[in-house]
Design a protein around this ligand. Sequence first.
Ligand code: ATP
Ligand code: MG
Length: 238
Amino acid sequence: MTLLNTTKAAKPTSDTKSDALLTASKLTKTVQVGEQTLSIIKDVDIYVNAGEFVVIMGKSGSGKSTLLGLLAALDYPDSGSVELAGQTLSSLDEDALAVIRQRDMGFVFQSFHLLPTLTVAENIAFPLDIARRPNKERVTELIDAVDLGHRRDSLPNQLSGGEQQRTAVARALVSHPKIVFADEPTGNLDEQNANQVMQLLLDLRQQVGSALVVVTHDPALAEMADRVITMHDGRVVS
Ligand SMILES: Nc1ncnc2c1ncn2[C@@H]1O[C@H](COP(=O)(O)OP(=O)(O)OP(=O)(O)O)[C@@H](O)[C@H]1O
Ligand SMILES: [Mg+2]
């Protein structure tokens, strides 16, 4: 929490971009649709400071999910670069990126993306297990934090949407990532579940000290963010 306060206090005094956790420079992305080359990300510069909560908003089709995929190195840009903690991601191969995703990043998707054959506990443990750092106490701590103790041995298809997303939130934060990316994490939930999931995501992120980048259409969430980035037609407009 000290970390967060420090980050917040330091923000207005200077351009903190130079020591940002994540820096994206001049990102572009095109897709080929038949004969046409469509430009879907156009010359985007973005930074995210350590511990910062950034919301990305913008109309459907403005490029939010594409941008998030580029920032999280789930997709390669056509040009431009993404740096995380001083390391240039766009120049790394798939194996090196996989290590960084495991070690430094957490993900929450609109459609949960839990592994269907693993239980709640196993899904949450997954990032620790594949990094060969199993930690039962940490997993139990997270299960309790998202209030799923009674569901620890359930499979995803035995859970409600809210329970699935709470599992995904716990999984995203279990390994103390530097940064968590979430693409419309509450998009498939009713209002009550959406509020609960978002609150858990914010609470856990504060405990861990992770930066959080959330794509959302929810103005209430934008209110809570340290900074809101608005996209329009593949560009950052504010
Ligand atoms: N693989 C692809 N092939 C063709 N067009 C694509 C592809 N991926 C994205 N696009 C187009 O790029 C634009 C940006 O898509 P993106 O999914 O990033 O938008 P978004 O802002 O996340 O929208 P939404 O709010 O609906 O999720 C859209 O016009 C989309 O149709
Ligand atoms: Mg999207």
